[in-house]
Write a protein that binds this ligand. Structure first.
Ligand code: G1P
Length: 310
């Protein structure tokens, strides 16, 4: 089989994360020591994918700079989505750059588990998870272990099984063809061309798509959820570079990136600090510090800082 190409739609703004998204796209917001996009690219690499197509739009420069400086070894293509016409439209824009199998991971999807069952199963597959508020998501209806329908953000959901935003397709051409049918039909949900509707087209054509249950999916839609996700991930991954403890007091769990400069600080519990940040005389607990953020004499609890909000 040809190698998989990853498609990462990351054109969205993330209005619910303002003011942090005033200067960067949602996917560049940090959690647990790196931007959401860093978690996504680590996942993509962990399943052996080296070729990535990004769909970019809002504040795309931040994404380009991050990918080129932190993931220079990946084979990357950036495609501009000129207008926010929806996820289905964003994915369709990748058509000229993708053949063979493809793996889609949405730009705001953090999965802290093994994605191999999605790409190694030899079948078209989507990640799902039971949620409490299904009408906020794409929903799958199952019968006898098989998916029998898909619906995007239904008012009356037929199940509580949400599409988490990780999809793999053995033949990208088949997906693009289904998307083309949705686009031609003029169908939209909430005014957007939906990827979920292309899944329905595939199902109608008899194409099998298997559900893969994912326990470790984190949605980072609001600052409150972002801080909660940070705490959950730090409980699993305490990480502090050697040497940092000499000049600072570290209270676990923390996630501090290599190369972070910190002096005379009390960090943690639940402090995450991303690459090239510099902290002096700070006391931070339950905080997220984004890349290249410089903080001096800052005492904070339950807060998010980045280089534009410091
Ligand atoms: C998108 C998809 C939806 C999926 C969700 C997961 O919606 O359209 O099917 O359940 O991601 O986060 P969005 O969050 O972009 O509105």
């Amino acid at each position: 089989m040809e190698p998989f190409t990853a498609i990462i739609p990351a054109a969205g703004k993330g209005v619910r994360l303002l003011p942090y998204t005033a200067n960067m796209p949602k996917t560049m917001i940090s959690v647990a020591g790196k931007p959401i996009l860093g978690h996504i690219l680590d996942q993509v690499e962990s399943v052996g994918i080296k070729k990535v197509v990004f769909i970019v739009g809002y504040k795309k420069e931040a994404i380009l700079e991050f990918v080129q400086s932190q993931y220079p070894h990946l084979d990357v293509t950036f495609v501009q989505q000129p207008e926010p016409k929806g996820l289905g439209h964003a994915i369709y824009l990748a058509k000229p750059y993708v053949s063979g199998p493809c793996f889609i991971l949405l730009g705001d999807t953090i999965v802290d588990g093994n994605l191999k069952p999605l790409v190694d199963g030899g079948k078209n597959a989507i990640g799902i998870r039971a949620v409490q508020d299904p009408s906020r998501f794409g929903i799958v209806e199952m019968k006898g272990g098989k998916i029998v329908s898909f619906e995007e953000k239904p008012e009356k959901p037929k199940s509580n099984l949400a599409i988490i935003g990780a999809y793999s397709f053995l033949d990208a051409a088949q997906l693009f063809d289904a998307l083309e049918e949705v686009i031609r039909s003029g169908k939209t949900v909430k005014n957007e061309i939906q990827l979920t509707d292309a899944l329905s087209v595939l199902l109608g054509r008899g194409v099998e798509i298997v559900p893969v249950e994912m326990d470790d999916w984190f949605d980072c839609g609001t600052v409150e959820v972002l801080l909660q996700t940070n705490r959950l991930l730090l409980d699993r991954h305490h990480r502090v570079p050697a040497g940092l403890e000499k000049e600072n007091k570290i209270i676990p769990p923390c996630w501090i990136a290599d190369g972070v400069k910190a002096k005379n600080c009390v960090l943690g519990p639940y402090a995450s600090v991303a690459y090239e940040a510099e902290l002096t005389d700070c006391a931070l607990q339950d905080c997220i510090v984004g890349p290249q953020t410089k903080l001096t004499k800052k005492t904070a609890s339950h807060a998010v800082f980045d280089k534009h909000n410091q």
